[in-house]
Design a binder for this molecule. Structure first.
Ligand code: CAO
Length: 427
């Protein structure tokens, strides 16, 4: 029996993606859950699994196509008996029973994909709360739909809501030439030599828009500091094998996840967002931390949830898995959302120090550079100590300089004396 495999619902606010690679050919026999296309959306690049196994009879998309949720990707010939069984079980269950609700951050499950994709006559899902035209307008104007409250029926976001928000953004970034937002016309570079223009990938485009919006709308301050991590390095080496046996890598990033989770508990303003329209500070009661991951497609920031409730061992394993998933294009858009604070560690690559850009609507980000051995004056002589450079960028509208230095000092002192996690971390 011929079945159509359609693009399943990807994530809230994402209704289409670009085909980066078609991973199967006509005539191939594929297994259930085998990746069929690699897709890039505004939030992530990942592989779409087939909900059914069978022989590919027709491929309906090609590299470079933009496909929408519900669109046919390919047709396969399945074994009749399996199909009948599937249909019977689908008829027996009401649609809401075919899949358990996905927990926030949980990846799309194969059976969930199947339940959505194998409904042959199901119309393309139109994700709420905005129409595709409104989403397109939002993308063009650089407006984040998640920041909006719709004024249409049932809270639906209208084009007017997007335009209003765009005007607010422009007004709040007074002094910024509008050309910087849309891209001022470039000179004709061919006057000076050969050039080649290539389209920006979805990840690059979103990164460019996000950092620009954060740069013009968040008054940044960066506070620099250094932590003596000589003892911590001994701890790291001592326990590296144990973490490796559990499937993770014990690095300064995974230790920092624990330290920052405790710092966010102790300094709740760093775990908040600012609502300038309502004149409110939104304090979050959960501690989800994003970690900047360098991938061949660009910067992606997967989120570790409830970091405060996990030990360093668990955090190390989770970070290792999440970074691999991100680099292997298996990360889902949901896993890139919901962070309250971000850690960006460039120390594995090198560099002296840098000032990171706040990942708005978060209010702070910790940049980490390469630890180096330095002579440190200990009172009567110089001793070789391993010093880790830290840089905390924060939104000065909500965080004062004194709070900024207290926060980064607490992080530095806790790296130096990890017992502070127990004494003061609110564990
Ligand atoms: N100082 C000295 N050494 C460091 C270090 C630091 N700050 N950070 C990492 N290292 C070392 C690690 O210990 C490891 O060494 P060994 O292999 O000898 O043990 C090596 O560098 C590689 O580390 P890693 O990258 O595997 O692991 P990590 O947990 O430190 O980092 C991750 C994970 C995902 C953060 C990292 O791989 C990455 O992608 N970093 C780039 C982040 C980025 O692009 N930020 C820019 C965002 S723009 O603001």
């Amino acid at each position: 029996m011929t079945r159509e495999i359609r693009l399943p619902e990807i994530s809230e606010n994402v209704d289409s993606g670009e085909v980066i690679e078609v991973l199967v050919s006509e005539g191939d026999t594929i297994d259930k859950d085998q990746s069929i296309v690699e897709l890039e959306t505004e939030k992530a690049a990942f592989e779409v699994p087939s909900p059914l196994g069978g022989k590919v009879t027709e491929i309906a998309v090609k590299k470079g196509d933009t496909i929408r949720v519900g669109q046919v990707i390919l047709k396969i010939e399945t074994q009749e008996r399996e199909d009948r069984e599937k249909e019977e079980s689908t008829q027996e269950k009401k649609p809401s029973e075919t899949t358990a609700p996905r927990k926030p951050g949980e990846a799309m499950r194969a059976e969930e994909t199947a339940a959505i994709a194998s409904k042959e006559s199901a119309p393309a899902q139109e994700p709420l709360p905005a129409s595709p035209a409104v989403r397109r307008k939002a993308r063009e104007l650089g407006v984040d739909l998640r920041e909006l409250e719709g004024t249409g029926p049932g809270g639906r976001i209208l084009a007017e809501d997007v335009e209003k928000r765009a005007k607010q953004i422009i007004t709040s970034s007074q002094g910024t030439p509008t050309g910087a937002r849309t891209g001022a016309p470039l000179p004709d570079f061919s006057r000076w030599g050969e050039t080649e223009a290539k389209p920006m990938s979805g990840v690059r485009r979103v990164t460019a828009e996000n950092v620009f919006r954060a740069w013009v709308s968040v008054p940044h301050v960066t506070q620099f500091d250094r932590a003596d991590v000589t003892e911590l390095e001994r701890f790291r080496k001592k326990y590296a094998k144990r973490v490796e046996d559990a499937g993770g890598k014990l690095t300064v990033t995974s230790i920092l996840l624990k330290v920052c989770a405790s710092a966010l508990k102790r300094f709740p303003r760093f775990n908040a967002s600012l609502d300038m329209e309502k004149k409110e500070i939104v304090y979050k009661k959960y501690i989800h931390i994003g970690v900047a991951v360098d991938t061949e497609r660009g910067l992606l920031v997967p989120v570790i949830r409830h970091a405060d409730q996990k030990g360093i061992l668990e955090l190390s394993v989770e970070l290792t898995e999440l970074a691999e998933k991100t680099r292997g294009k298996k990360i889902t858009p949901d896993e890139l959302q919901g962070g309250n604070f971000t850690i960006s560690n460039l120390g594995g690559i090198g560099g002296e120090n840098f000032s990171p850009i706040v990942y708005a609507p978060q209010v702070a980000i910790l940049g980490v550079s390469r630890a180096r051995m330095e002579p440190v004056y200990t009172g009567d002589n110089f001793a070789p100590r391993l010093m880790l450079p830290l840089a905390l960028s924060y939104d000065h509208r909500i965080i004062d300089g004194a709070d900024g230095i207290r926060f980064i000092r607490w992080i530095a002192e806790t790296l130096e004396n990890p017992l502070m996690l127990v004494f003061e971390g609110g564990e």
